[in-house]
Design a protein around this ligand. Structure first.
Ligand SMILES: N[C@@H](CCC(=O)N[C@@H](CS)C(=O)NCC(=O)O)C(=O)O
Length: 205
């Protein structure tokens, strides 16, 4: 059986959603980042990077949300979780997820999770950078209603995680980001997403 290591509300929620959308038989194991469980020898033996998500499959461990999406989409093609049959569209899918992972996640993470918390000019600068990344998704990448137009893909669950963070931090202004707000509401309304939120002990935001 597949086994996912995740942390509630963190970026691993995207892989949790991917599993739920895939219909796979899986077990989800919570790793409490606040308690440092991601740095225990037991967890580092699973993912030496000391971060979640990590997905244990029959052949080993897969890390990185984007790689987990590809594995699940190719394993369960009948669920149409990504455009696996079209090499160009699959490259676009990977590019979008790469942008979330390499630009949106670190920019928002700096605003929300810097310890000690950022203040003054340093915070304003970090907020401006994060808003710029979200603006690029709003203006140029989100085709609407889903990331790739008419069909849900696993990129939608990934984007939703960062939209949740932004809304919770009051950074997702409805006037400036109408597309992202609509996308967040649409994605949180999916049955599979609702099951994942409940399993992680969270509400829609
Ligand atoms: N690009 C990685 C990011 C993984 C990541 O940074 N996860 C965070 C939670 S959102 C984490 O586990 N942080 C714990 C730590 O840095 O100690 C992915 O997509 O899997």
């Amino acid at each position: 059986m597949l086994k996912l290591y995740y942390s509630a509300g963190a970026c691993a929620m995207a892989s949790h959603i991917a599993l739920e959308e895939s219909g796979a038989d899986y077990e989800a194991v919570a790793i409490d980042l606040g308690k440092g469980e991601q740095k225990t020898p037991e967890y580092l033996a699973i993912n030496p990077a000391g971060v979640t998500p990590a997905l244990v499959v029959d052949r080993g461990v897969i890390t990185q949300n984007g790689a987990i999406f590809t594995y699940l989409a190719q394993s369960f093609p009948h669920r149409h979780l990504a455009p696996v049959e079209d090499i160009f569209e699959m490259a676009r899918f990977n590019a979008f997820n790469g942008f979330l992972g390499s630009a949106v996640h670190p920019a928002l993470g700096k605003v929300l999770f810097s310890r000690p918390p950022l203040e003054g000019d340093a915070r304003a600068e970090a907020v401006e950078l994060a808003l710029g990344k979200l603006q690029l998704v709003e203006d140029s990448l989100l085709e609407a209603p889903w990331v790739f137009g008419d069909a849900f893909t696993l990129a939608d669950g990934y984007l939703m995680v960062f939209e949740r963070w932004a809304r919770q931090a009051r950074l997702l202004d409805t006037g400036r980001f109408p597309g992202l707000n609509a996308h967040l509401d649409l994605t949180q309304a999916r049955a599979a997403v609702g099951r994942v939120l409940a399993a992680e002990g969270l509400d829609a935001v």
